[in-house]
Design a protein around this ligand. Structure first.
Ligand SMILES: Nc1nc2c(ncn2[C@@H]2O[C@H](COP(=O)(O)OP(=O)(O)OP(=O)(O)O)[C@@H](O)[C@H]2O)c(=O)[nH]1
Ligand SMILES: [Mg+2]
Length: 365
C-alpha cells in the first residue's frame, strides 16, 4: 500500500488554506497577485499610493475576534481589484483624508438582519472579508476587518442584525457595545434596504436602542446606506423620486427614534448612499458598478464616508461608562438636581400655606 507522507511545506500550506483540497494553486495565485502590478492600475497615481511590490497578506474571510482583541491590519489588496476609474477616485479621496491627517478610520456597520450589511462591507473593501448569507445568520459576535494601504488603516466592524423575531435584539447590542469598548467610531453606516416601501415602529425602536447605547451624537457621525438599489420603482414612479421618498421615510424614522428636534436634525443632514451589492449590478463603460441613475456608487459611498469622518462633530469614543449604560444620555441627568430643587421649593411652599391656614383658623371644617 502506498503510504502518503506529508512534508513540512505541505503542512504549512494546509494550515494556510484549511478549506482547500489542493492548496498549491491557491498559493501560486496569491504569490502572483502580490508580485504582479494591480490588474487595472490607474494613471497618474500619487507616489505614496503606489503598492509595495511584494505583499504577504492573503485575502480571506475574517474570523470573529474576541471582545478585547483588534486584528493586525492586512494590506488592502481589494483596492487593486477595483476598475481603474474607481481606483483613481478612491485614491483621490484617501489622499484628501491623509492631507487632513486622518490616518485611521473606523467604520461601524449596523442595521436590521439581512439588509446587506456584510455584503456592503465586502463591496467597500473589494474583498470577501465577512460572511454573507441569504438566511438568518447564527453568529452574534461582531467582526472587525482591518486593511492598510500606504500608511492608511481602514477598520470596518460588521455586526449581527439588530432585530430578532420582530423585536430589537438587546443581547446583540450588548455584545456590540462590549466589542467596541475603548474603540473610536469615526463613522456609522446605518444600513437598510431601498426596495422596502414602509417604515414601521420597529425601525424607530432600533434607532432608539442604538441612541440609548451610544448617545444621540452617533447620528452626527452616521450615514444612511440603502441597499438593493438596482430596482424598478413601483407605480410608474421615477427612480430618483422613489429613492428620495424612501430615504425621507427612513431619515424620519431616525429623527423620531433618536428623539432629535427637526431643526437640529435638518442642520446636520445625514447623507444617504444607494448601494447595489449584487453581482448582477450594471456597469458603465469604465467597468464601474452603477445605479439605474448612472452613478458609480462605490466612489459615492467612500466620498460620503470621508465627508462624515471629517465633519466638525466629534468621533464617538466608546468608554466604560458608555458600555455600562451610564453615559449615553447624560444630558438628561443634568436636570435631576434642578427638578429635585424645584420639588423642595413646592413642598416648602405647601407646608408654609398649611401652617398659615392653621394659624388663621381657615382650615377645613
Ligand atoms: N440584490 C441584492 N442582494 C443583496 C444586496 N445586499 C445584500 N444582498 C443579499 O441579501 C442577503 C443578505 O445579505 P447580507 O450581506 O448577509 O446581509 P446582513 O445584513 O449582513 O445579514 P445579517 O448578518 O444576517 O444581519 C444575501 O443573500 C445577499 O446576497 C443588494 O444590494 N442587492
Ligand atoms: Mg451579516
Amino acid at each position: 500500500m502506498h503510504k502518503q507522507s506529508t512534508s513540512y511545506f505541505e503542512l504549512v500550506l494546509t494550515i494556510a488554506f484549511p478549506n482547500t483540497q489542493n492548496p498549491i494553486p491557491n498559493l501560486l495565485h496569491c504569490i502572483s497577485s502580490s508580485i504582479l502590478p494591480p490588474q487595472n492600475p490607474p494613471k497618474n497615481l500619487p507616489e505614496f499610493f503606489l503598492p509595495s511590490p511584494i505583499s504577504s497578506s492573503l485575502s480571506h474571510e475574517e474570523t470573529p475576534v474576541s471582545v478585547m482583541s483588534t486584528p493586525i491590519p492586512r494590506e488592502w489588496l481589494g483596492l487593486q481589484q477595483f476598475p481603474a476609474a474607481t481606483q483613481t477616485k478612491l485614491f483621490e479621496l484617501l489622499g484628501k483624508l491623509k492631507q487632513e491627517n486622518v490616518n485611521t478610520l473606523t467604520i461601524l456597520v449596523m442595521g436590521k438582519g439581512g439588509v446587506g450589511k456584510s455584503s456592503t462591507i465586502n463591496s467597500l473593501l473589494g474583498e470577501q472579508v465577512v460572511r454573507v448569507t441569504a438566511f438568518q445568520s447564527e453568529g452574534l459576535r461582531p467582526v472587525m476587518a482591518s486593511r492598510m494601504w500606504a500608511g492608511f488603516t481602514l477598520n470596518v466592524i460588521d455586526t449581527p442584525g439588530l432585530v430578532e423575531a420582530g423585536y430589537v435584539n438587546h443581547q446583540a447590542l450588548q455584545l456590540i457595545k462590549g466589542f467596541l469598548l475603548n474603540k473610536t467610531i469615526d463613522v456609522l453606516l446605518y444600513v437598510d434596504r431601498l426596495d422596502a416601501y414602509r417604515v414601521d415602529d420597529l425601525d424607530k425602536q432600533i434607532v432608539r436602542a442604538i441612541t440609548n447605547s451610544f448617545g444621540k451624537d452617533i447620528w452626527r457621525k452616521s450615514l444612511l446606506v440603502l441597499t438593493h438599489a438596482q430596482l424598478c420603482p413601483p407605480d410608474g414612479l421615477k427612480y430618483d423620486v422613489f429613492s428620495s421618498k424612501r430615504s425621507e421615510g427612513v431619515l424620519k424614522a431616525i429623527r423620531v427614534g433618536a428623539r432629535i428636534r427637526k431643526k437640529e436634525f435638518d442642520d446636520s443632514t445625514i447623507p444617504v448612499v444607494l448601494v447595489e451589492n449584487s453581482g448582477r449590478c450594471n456597469k458603465n463603460d469604465n467597468d464601474e458598478k452603477i445605479l439605474p441613475n448612472g452613478e458609480a456608487w462605490i466612489p459615492n459611498l467612500v466620498k460620503a464616508i470621508t465627508i462624515v469622518a471629517t465633519n466638525k462633530s466629534q468621533a464617538i469614543v466608546v468608554s466604560k461608562k458608555l458600555v455600562d449604560g451610564s453615559d449615553a444620555n447624560d444630558r438628561g441627568k443634568l436636570w435631576i438636581p434642578v427638578i429635585l430643587g424645584l420639588q423642595w421649593f413646592v413642598i416648602k411652599w405647601i407646608q408654609g400655606a398649611i401652617k398659615r391656614d392653621i394659624a388663621t383658623g381657615n382650615g377645613p371644617i
